[in-house]
Design a protein around this ligand. Structure first.
Ligand SMILES: *[C@@H]1O[C@H](CO)[C@@H](O)[C@H](O)[C@H]1NC(C)=O
Ligand SMILES: *[C@@H]1O[C@H](CO)[C@@H](O)[C@H](O)[C@H]1NC(C)=O
Length: 995
């Protein structure tokens, strides 16, 4: 009976499932349980198996069935680093590449002794690198790319014994690159790119890494010279030192890198000539030394190499291009734009090599375009703008079906464009602007299936615009102004549903506007000024909801003004100089619209600058005229007396230094005041603020209206002493144009610029007055407590919406360049509006660099880290500054404060969060019941201040994130979204003007 007991027991209690798998399987189960596995990747990890060897991603030794490798890359797994896996006694390979592992690394990984390959790239790991990592004495491969590791590289790292690959790209390391890395003599690959390192030099010790094959130090904040010692790296195949501040010459020792295949030195400040001896680099395929200050000639020596790609753009190379470059058999990329190259291009360029990309724009090349460019049929881009090329476009290019991007603008090309050239099927940008090309647009254009931008203004094109243009469905911009196009616009043109810009001003177009223009639902700009168009303006025009720019001036249009036009929000609106008649729609009966309707003798309306429609009865005409004259004479007299009185009164104020007669006024709104009234009120008593570029006055006008007047003086003012950031103002012809654009901006979260007055040495900007002053003043004064959390949240959202408008809804986008709490103003209800936008852009020009953008703008504590060394201004730097404003709102602290020591607010928040927790970060004046919301907004602020620009969300996204906090409906999205592939950095857009 006893014999049956086990059987009975096993029937009653079937074996527990966990009992069948071995100990290794249990460790793996434990790992599985610690993870979030939304895609059920680990469903095959089944405890009924004896061993885990058949489980997904697990590999065992074939004889002993012991796990030696785990590969779970890109499986959407989330959770902490699985230190428990190190208990697998023979694990040598572990890859969790591209998941959401989100903890820190444990201080000791001693258990992982056997690991040879550890790939944790593209995860969410944080914290410092454990200094014990080199104790993994078998480790050969360590990839931590794309995490949020911070701090310094531990000094134990010189002790790795077998390490061959060390990749720390895209993290937050902020010390300098340590010399002891030169002790890891086994190293073959050292990748440290894209970290916010402190400024430092390339340690010469790296020259000791004689096994090194790849040295990748892009954007590591390096300065100083490239050490000679790098020439000792005889096995090096890739040398990438791009996007740093390296200076001095390229050392001659680099010509000893006999294995090197690619050298990237672009975007530094290197000077001198390309070193001699480059013909030793027989394996060199790619050389990119663009964006430096290199000079001299492009050496003939280079042409003896098997180069595939040669990029030397934005330097000071002179002389002509060596003829022999055309003999390079593999050359597919040649970019030499923005140099001082002269002479002709080798006329057989492209004959011997599969040339794909050619960019020689902005040089002084002359002569004709080599007819062989596309001989191998692979040419995709031909970019030659701003040179002196002459002659015809070679007929052979009309057959070059591989072309996608053609920019030949601003040359002296003449003759007719080859017929086939108009209809190339893959071309999306065709730019021929400003040449002397003639003839018509060929009907073959119907074949241009991808054409989105057709920019052929300022040539001598003639003939009518072919009906076939209606077949170019992708067309977004058609700019053909300043040509001799004649005849009517083809009816088919209304079929272009993608069209955003149609600019054909200054041509000889005639006939009526086509029917159905309401189908242009994406049309933003319509400029047909100065043609001979006749007939009516179609009523459908009122349906073009995104139209922003409308100019029909200087035509023969007749009939009434479509009432629908009143609904549109137009920045430019010009119907002057036509034959329009009838009554002016009532909304347009305002002074500001006067210039839009001038010179239309048949128009009438209830404004002084048009005749009164009722008075049009002819017989009464002259009585009316007489009456007008009397009234006018009376008015002149009264005005004269008043003027004399005022003049006399002012004359008495002899201390006024301003000569009013020299003022010119530019206004953007209908004004209820004059510039003189404002000038009279600029007393020192009325000063409400002093900024970097001038004083701000509060002016109460006689009408009771209040405005703020900013007075900009010429001259340099130091704003930010320690950082050597200068704000200055050099007389700039662009000022008026710029202010004009800004004046036309209408948005509820942007301070209105009423007008701008200019005199010889002083400019006045008149803004709407904001009674609660600036956010900065209020927040950092004793009244900071007035701002409770809901108000602060609203301010953040308002300001974000204003900035989002500047970035995304203005064309061209406006970069504020000086976002700070002092430039966010508060109205009577604490609604926030962004002020001073863009003006900074024209006001700041210290003339330090050749490009106006190479000027540091912005204020201490708000300047994005990349800005300090790249001098690149874009939306991302605004977003960083806005992030600082958010941190100010959350913490109630100043962006720079002696209390932080060396740090600024961003660093202070990060370290305090790490070391003491969130309660030490949040402004103690805020009610703790909002803590959850405050934390969410704090996170958005941290996101915006990510050291790497790509990790910062766009302003549009910021608005969205903030709104989500308000509605509390959606959980905070993961930080991962900011991570993009390295391809993000390959900016495919051209330098230069178009698109
Ligand atoms: C890590 O991810 C897990 C799973 O998504 C989540 O529950 C946990 O809160 C995260 N931990 C941290 C520190 O973000
Ligand atoms: C696994 O590791 C142990 C000790 O670390 C070693 O003795 C054994 O030979 C290894 N087994 C295999 C199959 O590699």
């Amino acid at each position: 009976m006893l014999l049956f007991l086990p059987l009975l027991l096993s029937l009653l209690f079937p074996p527990l499932p966990t009992l069948s798998v071995n100990q290794e399987g249990l460790y793996l189960q434990h790992f599985k349980n610690s993870l979030d596995d939304p895609d059920s990747t680990l469903s095959s990890w089944n405890v009924h198996n004896d061993t885990p060897c058949s489980w997904f991603g697990v590999k065992c030794d074939a004889t002993s069935n012991v796990v030696h490798s785990i590969d779970l890359s890109s499986k959407n797994l989330a959770g902490p680093f699985p230190i428990g896996l190190c208990r697998l006694p023979n694990l040598t390979f572990l890859s969790l590449y591209n998941n959401s592992i989100n903890s820190t690394l444990p201080p000791s990984l001693y258990e992982c002794q056997h690991l040879e390959h550890l790939d944790l790239a593209q995860n969410l790991l944080t914290g410092a690198l454990p200094s014990t990592l080199p104790d993994l004495s078998n480790l050969k491969y360590l990839d931590l790319t794309g995490n949020n590791f911070s701090g310094e590289i531990p000094d134990t790292f010189g002790r790795f014994q077998k390490l061959e690959v060390l990749s720390l790209v895209f993290n937050l390391f902020d010390s300098t690159i340590p010399p002891f890395l030169g002790n890891i003599s086994t190293l073959k690959m050292l990748n440290l790119s894209y970290n916010p390192f402190h400024p430092g030099r390339i340690p010469p010790e790296l020259g000791n890494l004689t096994n090194l094959e790849v040295l990748w130090l892009t954007e590591c904040n390096l300065f100083g010279e490239i050490p000679d010692s790098l020439g000792r790296l005889k096995k090096l195949t890739d040398l990438d030192l791009a996007i740093n501040n390296l200076n001095g010459p390229i050392p001659a020792s680099l010509s000893e890198l006999t294995s090197v295949v690619q050298i990237e030195l672009y975007n530094n400040s290197l000077t001198g000539e390309l070193p001699p001896g480059m013909s030793n680099l027989t394996r060199l395929r790619l050389l990119d030394a663009s964006m430096n200050q290199l000079s001299g000639q492009i050496p003939d020596e280079l042409c003896r190499l098997q180069l595939e790609s040669l990029n030397l753009y934005e330097n000071n190379f002179g002389g002509s291009l060596p003829e022999s470059i055309a003999n390079s058999p593999n050359l597919y990329e040649l970019r030499l734009f923005r140099n001082k190259l002269t002479g002709v291009l080798p006329q057989n360029l492209g004959k011997n090599s599969p040339l794909k990309w050619l960019d020689v724009s902005s040089n002084q090349f002359s002569g004709s375009i080599p007819p062989t460019l596309c001989e191998k049929g692979q040419t995709e881009e031909i970019l030659m703008i701003h040179n002196y090329f002459s002659g015809e476009i070679p007929a052979s290019l009309g057959e070059c079906h591989s072309l996608t991007r053609v920019r030949l603008g601003h040359n002296r090309l003449n003759g007719e464009v080859p017929v086939g050239f108009w209809g190339l099927p893959h071309v999306y940008l065709m730019e021929l602007v400003e040449n002397e090309l003639s003839g018509p647009i060929a009907k073959t254009i119907a074949g241009a299936a991808n054409l989105s931008l057709l920019i052929i203004a300022k040539n001598n094109f003639t003939g009518s615009i072919p009906e076939e243009i209606g077949g170019v469905e992708s067309l977004m911009e058609f700019s053909g102004a300043d040509n001799g196009f004649s005849g009517p616009l083809p009816q088919s043109i209304v079929r272009l549903g993608q069209l955003g810009t149609l600019d054909l001003h200054n041509n000889e177009l005639s006939g009526e506007l086509p029917n159905g223009i309401q189908y242009w639902t994406k049309l933003n700009e319509l400029n047909l000024a100065n043609n001979q168009l006749s007939g009516k303006i179609p009523d459908g025009i009122g349906n073009l909801t995104v139209l922003n720019y409308l100019d029909f001036s200087g035509n023969r249009l007749s009939g009434r003004i479509p009432v629908g036009l009143q609904n549109m929000r137009l920045n430019v609106f010009n119907l002057s100089n036509n034959r329009l008649s009838g009554e002016l729609p009532p909304l347009f009966a305002k002074e500001i619209y006067k210039n839009s309707f001038l010179e239309n003798p048949g128009l009438c309306g209830d404004v002084e600058w048009l005749c009164d429609c009722r008075a049009k009865v002819k017989s009464q005409g002259y009585i009316w005229l007489l009456r007008c004259i009397f009234i006018l004479a009376g008015l002149v007299f009264v005005v004269g007396v008043v003027w004399f009185y005022l003049k006399y009164k002012n004359f008495k104020k002899a201390n006024r230094a301003i000569d009013k007669s020299k003022w010119t006024l530019m206004s953007f709104h209908k004004l209820g005041f004059s510039e003189y009234e404002i000038l009279d009120c600029l007393d020192e008593d009325n000063v409400i603020g002093t900024g970097a570029s001038g004083k701000v006055y509060k002016v109460v006008l006689t009408s009771g209206e209040v405005v703020a007047v900013k007075k900009l003086w010429r001259g340099k003012v130091k704003e930010c002493e320690n950082d050597d950031v200068e704000k200055g103002w050099v007389q700039d012809d662009g000022f008026e144009a710029e202010v004009d654009t800004l004046g036309r901006i209408r948005h509820k979260n942007i301070v209105k610029l009423w007008c701008c007055c200019t005199a010889r040495d002083c400019k006045l900007l008149v803004y709407e007055y904001m009674p609660n002053g600036s956010l900065g003043d209020l927040l950092h004064s004793s009244k900071g407590g007035l701002l409770d959390w809901p108000t602060r949240y609203k301010i953040a959202l308002d300001a974000a919406e204003g900035l989002s408008y500047l970035h995304h809804d203005c064309a061209p986008a406006i970069v504020h360049r000086d976002v700070k709490s002092n430039n966010i103003l508060l109205d009577g209800d604490f609604g926030a509006r962004v002020a001073d936008f863009g003006v900074a852009k024209v006001v700041d020009a210290t003339g330090k660099g050749p490009k106006s953008m190479s000027v540091i703008a912005g204020s201490c504590g708000y300047i994005a880290p990349e800005y300090a060394y790249t001098l690149r201004v874009n939306e991302k730097s605004d977003i960083y500054s806005f992030g600082v404003v958010i941190l100010e709102l959350v913490t109630g602290r100043l962006p720079v404060d002696p209390e932080f020591g060396e740090k600024d607010l961003v660093k202070w928040v990060c370290t305090t969060l790490d070391q003491k927790g969130v309660d030490h970060v949040i402004d103690p004046k805020l009610d703790s019941c909002y803590k959850e919301e405050v934390c969410k907004v704090l996170n958005i602020g941290l996101l915006c201040t990510s050291p790497l620009p790509i990790n910062r969300p766009s302003m549009r996204r910021v608005v969205k994130l903030l709104q989500e906090v308000g509605t509390e409906k959606h959980p905070q999205t993961a930080k991962k979204e900011g991570k993009l592939s390295p391809y993000y950095y390959e900016d495919t857009s051209d330098h230069g003007s178009v698109a």
